[in-house]
Each structure stands twice: as C-alpha cells, then as structure tokens.
Design a protein around this ligand. Structure first.
Ligand code: 0RA
Length: 641
C-alpha cells in the first residue's frame, strides 16, 4: 500500500496539450458518430476499472443525466491532487489537460491497462463542452472544472468529509460541435458495462438512466466472472456439458481466464479479450486456446478409445462446432495490431494460454467423464458431418458453388470493376428486383433479387446451407467464398445493401440475411460493408410538390408544417406497404440515389447483440423467442400496417 501511494504526480510524463484531439477526434476515439460518443463513457469507466484492477476500487456507478451528460463515480483512492513537479499544477489537472506519454501515466502505476493507455480522461475532456471532476481524498472534497479541455477553475477544496470513502467522480457534457448526435443509448452502455462486469469478477457496476421516469437501472456484479458470461450467452441454447469449464492462471505480468461450454448449435462463438478490450481479430491468446482445445480433446479421445489409432483425428472445426468460449487475458504490455487494432500481437501469450488450457481442460475431462463423453460425441458428430459434406462436394464438384466462376443468372451486375466503388442491392422479391434493375446506376450498382425467405442457417449445417439457391447466388455474386475459405480480398462489392419491405416479413428476411453473414461471412460485418436500405414509408403530394418521409415522426412533422402553411388543400398521402408499390424512378429517387438515400450501416456492435438475437429468434426454444418478440414489439409496431 505505502509503496503504491508513491505513484502520483511524479509518474506523469507530459507530452502536449489537447489541440490535436479536437482537430482529429477520429484518431483518438475512432469516430464522431454514435460509437465515438459512447466511447467517451468507456474511457472514463476504464480508468475506474484500472483502479479496481489495482485493488483499490469495488464499486463503479454510471448515470445518464436528464441533459444527456454522464456521471461516472468510483470508490477508489481518488485521483492524485499533489502538485506535479515539472508542471507546477495539480496531478488531476495534468491528467485532464495534457496528452501524456505512453503507458499508464508513464508506466509503473498499474499492472494492466486498456483503452487509450491512460490518456482517456484528457481526450474525453477535450471533446466535452464542460467537465467537472471531484476527488474525495484526505478527508477533503476537491473540485475542478474544464471547458473544451481547458481548465476553467483552479482545483479547490469544496468540502470535507468525516466518514465515508475516498473516490473519484467525473461529469462531462459531450460537445455537439464534435459529435453528430449527443444522445446516449441505454442499451449500448448496458451491453458494454455488463461485459465489463463479467470480465472483472466481483466488480460492481451500476447504470442508471435519469432521462426516463421511472428511472431505468441495472446492477451488474458477477462473482463467477466469465463463467457467468458463458451462462448468459448460452441461456437460450441447449447445453451439452451442464458444467461450464472454467479456470484462471497467472504468472508475472500475465493472467488468463477461460470459460467454455458446448451447445447443440453448429456455429462457434469464441469471444476473446485482452485487457478487457474485445479482440475481434483474435491474436495469440486465441491461437493458443484453439490449438490447445484441438490437441487436448484429441488426446483425451484417443486415450479413452473414442478414437481408434487408425481413425482420423478431430480437426479444429470439429472441436469448435457449437462451442461458446470466452478467453480473457490481462498483460502489462499489450500490443494491439491488425486493421482495427483489435488483434493481440504478443507472441509469448500463445504458449502461456496453450499450456494452462491443456492442463486444466485435461483435468476437467478426467474429473467429469460423463460430460467429457458428451463433448467428444458432439465433436465426432461434427467430424462425420464434415466428412459427409466433403464427399457430397466432391461428387457434385462441377456444380459446387465453391468451384463455379460464372455469375448467377438473376444477378444484374454493374460494369465497374473496382470493389471499393461497387455496390450490390439484395432485393426482396422479383418485382421490386425488376424495378431496382431498371432504376439503378448500371455502372456502380448491381442488383440481386431474392425470392421469399432465405434459409435459416442457424438450424442448418454447411452442406445444407450450400444447397440453397439463394445462398449460392449470393456467394458467387460476392466472389469471396464463405467460412474458412472466406477471402475478403476477393469481395466484388464494398457495399452490400439489404433492401426489404418495411414490414415484419421484410424484417425477418433482413434478420435471416444478417444471420447468414454473421455466421459465414463475419468480416463483411466487421469491416462495415453491410448496410440496410431505408425505403420511405410515405409519399406526400401537394400540388406539384412531392415529399417522401421515412418514419412516422418525420411524417407527422411534415404534415404539421404543411398545415401551418396552407391548410389541408389537396394534400395526397400514400403509405407504402412494400417496395413493389414504387415504380423504378421512385425507387431510385427515394432509396438508391447516392445523393438522397439513407443507408444504415450494420456495425459490429450490432453483430455482438446479434449473436443473442439470432440465437433467440432463429433457435428452437419457443418461450424465449416469444418473450423476445413481445419485448421488442414496440420496434415492430409501426412497421406492420
Ligand atoms: C492514485 C494514484 C494514481 C491514480 C489514482 C489514484 C486514481 C485514478 C483514477 C481515475 C479514475 N478513478 C481513479 N482513482 C484513482 C496514479 C497512478 C499512476 O500513476 O499510475
């Protein structure tokens, strides 16, 4: 304790002020859209989580205030307030007004750290119109305020406390000059904070939305950590092994936790983290885990004669079918690599995870022979199905989608050859498909009509997936193959646009398509190549003027404005029930024209929620599906008229 107290002002190395952050916010928080806005909260929470990882903080509370400002408080030691020797100002002010050098406040302070390596607070401050920081320390309450990243008051003592605890409290108001939108989404924060609580067992995180009455609240605290995360992810699936396998291990500078459970599904769901950051692109921790899993299950299966000497061994795909697993590592010097800096590059982590997983999993299998048998049986089934699919593919090699080069007959391709400039519309129904083909920009827009419902891939193995015509057409049109053979470089369009009717069927088809992309072409979603078109709901005509509106709210606003101007004279309203009701010029003007259309990008954030949604909507269990649809009925209500 005493030694740790020394870390304070002297640990902070100063680099520069905050101008660059306001000039290029994207460089620091990724985007100035919704993702960036929510990122601000995570940066502040990360600092409190670091304080928890250092062993000093147990409770974190986050609230969305009625004015959309955010308050984050913790019961840690309180940020340091001593005077920084070089700068001559309090450390807490340095933390909030300077971009300091690498490592957590110059390193040495904390064991592990995620986020922006401790510069988070200053970045958030720079992008906020106003920030208020309070520190409870040494029986005093300190406070300082900032304006767009600059100090607006000196640090002063605003009170004293006799009892109660030390801690830090930050309130900030995101700057509307920086962000497209400054309204927080409860579910987005809820998802990430729940995940944070799973990843840091025993840490309590409370979230409150004060914009609504009654207030909306969540309390997250999981003594079982990622073990409970697996329970949560599998809650609507049938488990193969009832006991979730879990272990944790540590050595100097590294720790690892793994939790896993098999389900009766066909897809694999391995989610890995390094320092609480979701490593979407994998990395050495994931590689170590996967190779250990394959080797350990093969060794066990051979030793117990589930696999005979001459049988072919289980492959990676076989041991991952239906698997839900969380791999979480924490390390002092994480190297994040890859396109989105979401891949762990520390090679030494591979052996560490591999060795520990093998040892602990072997132990689990030997302790739980009944469950071990169920797991091996599941893997053997997957192996037989894979073999059968391979044989079937060989027999029909000529007609196999994976080998054909000719494009599907239903596709109206574009003439552009550069994928970055090309887009493909997946259109519900042949008649809307026809209008889209007529209305499109032939140079850059391709159209593929889809007939009716596409196959629910959640309930089918690869061989059946590949026998569906609609799916084969998409695979050949996209050109990038699927599953293990997926190759993003071969993708022929960088915008894949789902265009369905604004009704329940349309929503269902969109979900089926997203399920397929999510399970078999995940990088498409990760890279942000998948979009949903937004066709209008209404056409309003007054005299020679025509307006299109895309939501009930927009429609009400327009009608109110028109009424104010000149009453109801001659106003004609058409409500579109489907794409098929628009002719090709209307479809172009409202939904396909680059200048006037609105596209909704399907993000990886959505895709994370997607696993849950797909599991619930597309799986076999009826009660959770019914509950889900009822809970979400408000989203569907306006669509199905
Ligand atoms: C003491 C020393 C240091 C940081 C903190 C307390 C501290 C920071 C935050 C941020 C949010 N909540 C907090 N609670 C405590 C400096 C440690 C270092 O230099 O690494």
């Amino acid at each position: 304790m005493a030694q740790k107290q020394e870390y304070g002002a002297s640990q902070i190395e100063v680099l520069e002020g905050l101008k660059p952050v306001r000039l290029r916010p994207g460089m620091y928080i990724g985007s100035t859209g919704p993702a960036g806005l929510h990122h601000l909260v995570y940066e502040i929470v990360d600092n409190s989580v670091d304080e928890a990882l250092a062993g000093y903080c147990k409770n974190i509370t986050v609230s969305i205030e009625p004015d959309n400002s955010i308050i984050v408080s913790d019961d840690g030691r309180g940020m340091p307030v001593d005077i920084h020797p070089k700068m001559g100002i309090p450390a807490v002010e340095v933390i909030h007004t300077q971009l300091h050098a690498g490592g957590k406040f110059g390193g040495g302070g904390y064991k592990v750290s995620g986020g922006l390596h401790g510069v988070g607070a200053s970045v958030v401050n720079a992008l906020s119109t106003h920030m208020v920081v309070q520190v409870r320390r040494d029986h005093k309450v300190y406070e300082q305020e900032y304006f767009k990243g600059e100090r607006s008051t000196e640090l002063k003592v605003v009170g004293e406390y006799k009892t109660g605890k030390t801690g830090s409290r930050t309130q900030f108001w995101p700057d509307p000059e920086i962000f497209d939108e400054t309204v927080y989404d409860y579910e987005t924060l809820q998802r990430r904070l729940r995940e944070m609580a799973f990843l840091n067992k025993g840490l309590s995180i409370d979230l409150t939305d004060k914009r609504v009455s009654p207030q909306r609240k969540d309390h997250f605290c999981f003594e079982g950590g990622i073990k409970e995360f697996v329970d949560y992810l599998n809650k609507n699936k049938e488990a193969i092994n009832p006991t979730v396998f879990y272990y944790e291990a540590e050595k100097k500078g590294y720790s690892v936790e793994v939790a896993l459970q098999y389900t009766d599904r066909y897809s694999e769901n391995i989610v890995s983290f390094a320092n609480n950051i979701h490593t979407n692109e994998g990395g050495f921790h994931e590689v170590g885990f996967k190779s250990s899993l394959t080797r350990t299950l093969n060794d066990y299966a051979k030793k117990n004669k589930f696999i005979k000497d001459n049988d072919s061994p289980l492959q990676g795909d076989d041991v991952r079918e239906g698997l839900t697993a969380i791999v979480s590592v924490k390390l002092t010097n994480p190297q994040f690599e890859g396109q989105t800096k979401a891949k762990l590059g520390n090679a030494e982590v591979k052996g560490f995870v591999e060795t520990n997983t093998s040892e602990q999993l072997t132990y689990f299998l030997e302790e739980n022979p009944k469950q071990a048998k169920l797991i091996i049986d599941k893997c053997l089934k997957a192996q037989r199905a894979r073999e059968a699919a391979r044989k079937a593919r060989e027999i029909t090699r000529k007609s196999s989608v994976l080998e054909t080069t000719s494009l599907p007959g239903k596709l109206a391709d574009c003439s552009e050859k550069d994928p970055a400039l090309s887009e493909i519309f997946l259109v519900e129904g042949d008649s809307a498909g026809g209008s889209a083909k007529q209305g499109r920009d032939r140079k850059r827009q391709a159209v593929l009509p889809l007939r009716g419902k596409i196959l629910n891939v959640e309930k089918a193995r690869l061989d059946r997936v590949l026998s569906s015509d609609e799916i084969k057409n998409m695979i050949t049109a996209f050109g990038c193959n699927i599953g293990n053979e997926f190759d993003l470089d071969k993708l022929r369009y960088h915008k894949i646009i789902i265009m369905t009717d604004a009704d329940v069927d349309g929503a269902h088809i969109r979900t089926l398509l997203l399920t397929f992309f999510f399970r078999y072409m995940k990088p498409l979603i990760e890279q942000g190549y998948v979009y949903a078109a937004q066709p209008p709901l209404f056409r309003v005509k007054q005299g020679k003027q025509i307006w299109y509106t895309y939501s009930d709210a927009e429609q009400d606003k327009l009608l109110a404005e028109l009424k104010e101007k000149g009453g109801n004279n001659k106003i004609e309203i058409q409500r579109y029930k489907g794409l098929g009701e628009m002719d090709f010029t209307q479809l172009w003007e409202t939904t396909m024209d680059y200048n006037s259309r609105t596209l909704i990008r399907i993000t990886m954030d959505d895709a994370q929620a997607a696993d849950e949604i797909f599991t619930t909507l597309m799986g076999d269990k009826v009660p959770p599906r019914k509950a889900f649809i009822e809970e979400n009925a408000r989203y569907v209500k306006n669509l199905d008229i």
